[in-house]
Write a protein that binds this ligand. Structure first.
Ligand SMILES: [Zn+2]
Length: 171
């Protein structure tokens, strides 16, 4: 910290106290040059960056979107909700630790991909193939939703489109 009296940049912490139920740490410091004492306050930065979408629009980070994208990518894979939640937390933490005000949505997608790679190869490939083409998490999720619906319809329609041949045809 720069000394408010002489501008010197080296100081020593002489006292450190936690305040406001652990949300703030108050530190008494002494300038190593002129011995002036002053106080600093340290608080945890919990603000997450804004997400800049592909079209330039900006929206608040939404953990629920990450979770639902993961759930879709992990559909019918041996992955528990707890594991999905863990990945979402990792992504959230990675974003918070960047300490930036804004992050491009494609970077969030890239972070999700990286975490998925460790978790499940199939889920990773699903996410990556769609995400890479769309470069936008929300766009990706919309498309994936459509893909899944199409697949469900196909599964439901399946037996009708391929009816069992009558037994006489086998002869
Ligand atoms: Zn000083």
């Amino acid at each position: 910290m720069r000394c408010p009296a002489c501008g010197h940049l080296a100081d020593k912490v002489v006292d450190s106290r936690v305040a406001k139920d652990g949300l703030i740490t108050r530190r008494r410091r002494v300038c190593e040059d002129c011995d002036r004492r002053y106080t600093t306050y340290e608080r945890i930065e919990i603000e997450l960056p804004y997400i800049i979408k592909k079209d330039g629009r900006r929206e608040a980070f939404d953990r629920a979107k990450i979770t639902s994208g993961l759930k879709r990518a992990c559909e019918k894979r041996p992955i528990s909700m707890e594991q999905i939640d863990h990945v979402a937390s990792d992504v959230e933490r990675a974003l918070a630790e960047r300490g930036e005000k804004e992050v491009a949505s494609r970077e969030i997608g890239a972070t999700v991909m990286l975490k998925l790679k460790d978790l499940d190869e199939v889920a990773y490939v699903r996410f990556a193939s769609v995400y890479r083409a769309f470069r936008d998490v929300s766009e990706f999720m919309e498309e994936l939703e459509q893909l899944i619906q199409r697949r469900r319809k196909r599964v439901r329609r399946g037996p009708k489109r391929h009816p069992q041949r009558p037994s006489s045809a086998r002869r």
